[in-house]
Design a protein around this ligand. Sequence first.
Ligand SMILES: Cc1ncc(C[n+]2csc(CCOP(=O)(O)OP(=O)(O)O)c2C)c(N)n1
Length: 768
Amino acid sequence: MIYLSNLRPEFKKGSVKVPSIPKFQYSGDLGRALHDKAVTKREAVRLLEYIWTIRAFEDMIVELRSGAYKALPGYDYRGPTHVSIGMEATSVGACAAINADDYITSTHRGHGDGIAKGCVAIDAMTAGQLKARCPDTTAASHDDLREAAMELHVMRTIAELFGKETGYCRGRGGGMHIADFSVGHLGANAIVGGGVPIATGAGYSARYFRKGRVVCCFAGDGAYANGAPLEALNMACMAQFTDPRMTRSPFGVPVIYCIVNNLYGMTGRLSEVMGVEYLAKRGAGFKDDNMQAEVVNGMDVLAVRDAVGRGAGACRKGNGPILRELVTYRYYGHSLSDPRNEYRTKDEESAWKAVDPAATFAAQLLDAKVLGQAQLDELKGRVQARNDRAAVRAAESADPDPRDVTTFMYNGTVEAEVPVAHRAVKTFSPIEKPKRDKDGRLTYRDAIKEALIEEMCRDNRVVFYGEDVAEYGGAFKLSKGLIEVFGRDRVFNTSISETAICGTAVGAAMSGLRPVVELMYMDFALMASDQIANQAAKWHYMSGASTTVPLVIRASVGGGKGYGGQHSQSLESVFCHIPGLVVAYPSDAYDAKGLMKTAIRSNDPVLFVESQLLYQAKGAVPEAEYTIPFGEAVVKRAGADATFVGWGPAVPEMLAAAEQMKRDHNADIEVIDIRTLVPLDIETIVSSVKKTGKCLVCAQAVNIGSYTADIAHMVQERAFGWLDAPVLRLGAKDGIAPQALGLELAFLPHTADMVALLRRLCGVERPG
Ligand SMILES: Cc1ncc(C[n+]2csc(CCOP(=O)(O)OP(=O)(O)O)c2C)c(N)n1
């Protein structure tokens, strides 16, 4: 037994110290940086080239909207217009400070971040890599290959904004969700703050795999009032990652959180809607060293590069996470439909334009005699011409085929073979599998635990975390003992941060891990709904299938225990409404194990719903290896008189109701457990209905908006001619789960309610 704490009542008078936060400390210019060998001339020219590449790109959007873009006259640009003109030094300085194989996450205003990340990666490529990146080019020299790769990079970025098949995400994401996983760009995010937990999860991967990678997380000032980033920062700073008393491998989560403070949210000024002058102070709330926060001149590319570079260096030594507030400005409005005259003055804009990052850095190149005026003009012209060519190529390239509208919704594969590199599993104490009773049975809870243990032994990428899941073993003791076997790198407690639990899982899954996370009660999934519905479910599609999100969110349903309205909901139907998620809900121990193993091997995100009512229910669970594929219903009881379809904890009662129908009326009810709601095995249901002519669909969820209605509809659509009666549905009452026993018994559907409906369906009377 490990006791982590030995806290004593100590109330000694004193004060809580918060270290001061350095601001605007960088005092160099290009001449000085060259002299100090902090940058080479070649690097300096490239920094300017990247800045101008972003500027040309963003100017193009402005001109496309006004019709002034000469390369594409009359082009109908229909996407969002969150341009980052004025902010280029933040993207370029930060991306240039990290390595080509490091990760970034970005925002709705992220064209610059994506362009900069790609440029840096291209400039780190060998000729062979460049050739592989643009196989159609006839270029041969390294310089020409580089130029071809740069043009292709701009072209694919523009094409994504134009919704083209040639775009980085095949036109499925657009500019607000652009990603290029091949260069570590894990995606821009249109949900303000939504990318910060994802970056943190990528940090978990980087920490776990220890390949020296870091993550640079871009998010705006507005985002840092949102719960997701605040939860994520806390989860990055958890002491268990660095305190040698708790971990065998102290190493801070290697993320540099860049708060891109352009002074405004949409129109809300930082100074109006927040209570601090500098957001770098956020760091003090999460770590005693302020997360080594610094406030940086975000108009100065060298200052940003220096600050982020030092942050990356600290991260690589295990001293992350790091916070950097990059103070900058956007010259245009929130989007081009915002005239920005309600909330700021021309005078303010002029003052910022006077420190324009492109103009000032170009002037520094002149001053330091790195380039002469003619060379600067040539570079600028080359960048503009490249952008124009790329824009024309993008516009002329193919649109996605409308028949592919739902292609990429799911990956649909399972990891049949674990790559050799991930087969070696370190254990720290003997593995104790759950014990079977004398009849070879396991409880539903232990069946899930056994699946988790087996999969963690099979694949070292499987990690497990959630609230209280480590030493304590989770609120329902399902994971008791796992930390002792697998260690804290693979099994750890989290803060009470459902958004960050699910969001980090998304980022971890995108960057090589296969996380399983626990939500103590399914009701709390609503806290995490953005990360489940907008992130986990969507990234495979939005990226044009260029990433997978192999994660499992375990969520247990507490209904039937008298826990009341906020701990009792069966919410699986809510998540069936989110394409991109698999939704599984086993009803017995055998299925629980087989489905959990498939869930962990699945390359799609899986919401795995568990019933607390069933945790103690025992069933035969073979010790031999087996899995249960998704989308295969099981006929639990054969019958010819009516089809009774359901899932989860309703199923045992459905079987009892079917037995009663046999006893009382000699009616043979066919009971089908769908096991996975998405994907749904509608064929098994329909072929049963074609045999019986009658159908009742049942679940513990409230009737309104329940997935039972979708199934009923599908049955009517596909088997109308075979039906002798309307399809019936049975769920909980359309109300809120009550605490009182009598009320909750009346609220949930039970065997007697089922029998009553089956009698109606079968046209039989109550026995006298
Ligand atoms: C969760 C969420 N709330 C609101 C919006 C609408 N919205 C889009 S951008 C934005 C402002 C974001 O400000 P900030 O994070 O500072 O980034 P900036 O736009 O300044 O780059 C808002 C409110 C959104 N996309 N997501």
